[in-house]
Design a protein around this ligand. Structure first.
Ligand SMILES: Cc1cc2nc3c(=O)[nH]c(=O)nc-3n(C[C@H](O)[C@H](O)[C@H](O)COP(=O)(O)OP(=O)(O)OC[C@H]3O[C@@H](n4cnc5c(N)ncnc54)[C@H](O)[C@@H]3O)c2cc1C
Length: 544
């Protein structure tokens, strides 16, 4: 992974001259391209761990299990959120881990955590490092130094129980590696976050991740059946039984624990047969309101596809304009868009069905019939194919936009159907107003992509010209406006990006101080020295 962005070098550029021209006109570009600085120019503080501590850690992990070189520290200095990338590209991350550890097993993790607790060293579990909420920020808290615990050497498939349809893996296994292992055996996990190419399964469990097909396959919390937690003062092992009434849901206490209670060293996941049929297609609605009403009815009638993604008017227009600029807008799609109400109106939806061919045909015809009753016009398979083909491309595009001086950030929430429209308006309005106040009016777009019987997620994307030299304060103003509007409108501060550092200020308002005290009590038992991931989830900063 590039230390300053996404993917490997050599990835083909996504922004053609036409798309750049469109962005120049609509949001504005920086005066000149600003590539990231050279690796050697990244400024890091001196490492605070001495040779004696490193030697003790090497005695546990071996000499290749402990690194404190410049490259390893830069690579673990931040996640992949917008402020992370802005700072990294400028060569000025907010600190770095003093050393990076690569344990290979649960026992390694236990030994390292015991050592860290007795030496007052903070530990940041680091899976794929794709957190967009500061979850892997190298914060030492009150401790002497901070270690990144990189789980990438814990990547084994431990056991596949094909009869029970469960797989047990080490927490550091990457999603593509697990999926390849399963596919070779006719199975799939079905978990495809947009960050799929780099996420670890332990990281996904620790953040309650939701994949793009969560409507059909469920989010990660539905997939995790058992797990093993290594904590400084405890070990927990929960067997992958299909269901249990043995007290409160301990799995759900650990799923979403964001590394503050311990390290998910192993986990057992539910898997399914690889679908023989995958049908992805597009449709247009006259308006977002009509689209939402249709999707809500699908949810109530149990007629949802496995993937459903409904863009609002702004997102529809932006994606069609960018597709048109790159010559990808096909005839059927244009006709469907124009046929709804005319350019600038209408909302595209992507529908994906997976499964046995006969079952897919039945489900699809029922779903489409319900959607037509709400004014949907079919747009054929090309939007579905094109979405499927490009669904992991957004992070590469973000890197290019940053080079051109464009801020691009995403915000997500979820709420009940009865509050969805008001929340869509209030959050979109608050973000647009914050951008205007910064003197950089941009585009604010949204889609619904994770659908439940009782409500849905809202996923906002904002694109605006960066204020050069003030990128972080510009971002903070938008983030605070959005977070406040989300809570005021009855949304959750996060549907799937987790709390980390950047959402921690809103968690007390969402769950209440007593709930936080209960979680802190659990932490005090598992991690009495408080070395696990300080400054995240439970440590709300005071607002300036
Ligand atoms: C471009 C982009 C798109 C994204 N799209 C999605 C999406 O569609 N859906 C979604 O859910 N998320 C998405 N994310 C967010 C991110 O990918 C998820 O939060 C993901 O689950 C993080 O996995 P990871 O392995 O990278 O974890 P990391 O980023 O390494 O860590 C995340 C948090 O979990 C902790 N942690 C990591 N591993 C462990 C472990 N084994 N045990 C205990 N704690 C651990 C870390 O300390 C940190 O607090 C996206 C991120 C990016 C950059």
């Amino acid at each position: 992974m590039r230390w300053w962005g996404w993917g490997q070098s050599g990835h083909p550029p996504a922004l053609g001259a036409g798309a750049l021209g469109y962005l120049r006109e609509t949001v504005g570009l920086g005066p000149r391209p600003r590539p990231p600085v050279a690796l050697a120019s990244v400024r890091l503080p001196e490492s605070r761990v001495g040779d004696a501590t490193l030697d003790r850690l090497r005695a546990i992990l071996g000499s290749d299990g402990v690194r404190d070189d410049h490259y390893a520290r830069v690579l673990h200095a931040a996640g992949k959120g917008y402020p992370d990338l802005v700072r990294l590209r400028a060569g000025a991350p907010q600190g770095a881990p003093d050393a990076v550890l690569y344990p290979r097993s649960h026992d390694h993790v236990m030994a390292v955590l015991e050592r860290a607790a007795s030496s007052s060293l903070a530990v940041v579990p680091f899976g794929g490092g794709t957190s967009v909420v500061g979850g892997v920020a190298p914060l030492a808290g009150p401790h002497a130094a901070v270690l990144a615990l990189d789980t990438s050497a814990m990547a084994e498939v431990l056991c596949l129980d094909a009869q029970s349809r469960t797989v047990t893996v080490q927490g550091g296994i990457r999603a593509p590696a697990l999926e390849a292992h399963l596919r070779a055996r006719g199975l799939t996990l079905g978990h495809y976050p947009q960050s799929y190419e780099y996420v670890s399964l332990g990281g996904c469990a620790a953040t309650r991740s939701a994949g793009q097909a969560s409507t059909g396959y469920g989010a990660i919390e539905k997939m995790v059946l058992g797990l093993r937690l290594a904590a400084p003062a405890a070990q927990i092992a929960l067997a992958p039984v299909p269901a249990t009434a043995a007290g409160p849901g301990l799995r759900q206490l650990l799923v979403g624990s964001e590394g503050v209670l311990g390290v998910i060293s192993e986990l057992s996941l539910r898997v399914r047969s690889v679908p023989h049929e995958r049908t992805y297609e597009g449709a247009f609605f006259p308006s977002f309101a009509e689209g939402v009403a249709a999707v809500r009815e699908l949810a109530h009638e149990h007629a949802l596809p496995d993937v459903v993604r409904l863009s609002d008017e702004q997102e529809t227009q932006m994606s069609l304009m960018l597709a048109a600029q790159s010559g990808r807008l096909k005839g059927a799609l244009t006709r469907a868009y124009l046929g709804v109400r005319g350019v600038g109106q209408g909302c595209v939806t992507i529908l994906g069905f997976e499964g046995d061919p006969q079952e897919v045909a039945l489900r699809r015809s029922r779903t489409l019939a319900l959607l037509r009753e709400h004014g949907a016009v079919g747009a054929g398979s090309s939007p579905g194919r094109s979405w499927l083909h490009g669904r992991f491309e957004a992070p590469y595009l973000r890197d290019e936009l940053l080079t051109h001086g464009v801020m691009v950030e995403t915000l997500e929430t979820a709420t009940q159907w009865s509050k969805l429209h008001a929340l869509h308006r209030s959050v979109g309005g608050a973000v647009a107003q914050a951008l205007r106040r910064q003197g950089t009016p941009g585009l604010v777009m949204c889609h619904v992509s994770h659908v439940y019987e009782t409500g849905a997620s809202l996923y906002f994307t904002l694109v605006a010209r960066q204020r050069e030299g003030e990128e972080i304060s510009q971002w903070q103003a938008v983030k605070e406006a959005a977070g406040d509007a989300i809570l005021a409108g009855g949304g959750t501060i996060t549907h799937h990006h987790a709390i980390g550092r950047d959402h921690a200020q809103w968690l007390p308002a969402e769950v209440g101080q007593d709930a936080l005290r209960a979680l802190r009590a659990a932490k005090a038992e598992l991690d009495p020295a408080g070395v696990m991931n300080p400054g995240k989830l439970l440590d709300a900063p005071t607002r300036g």
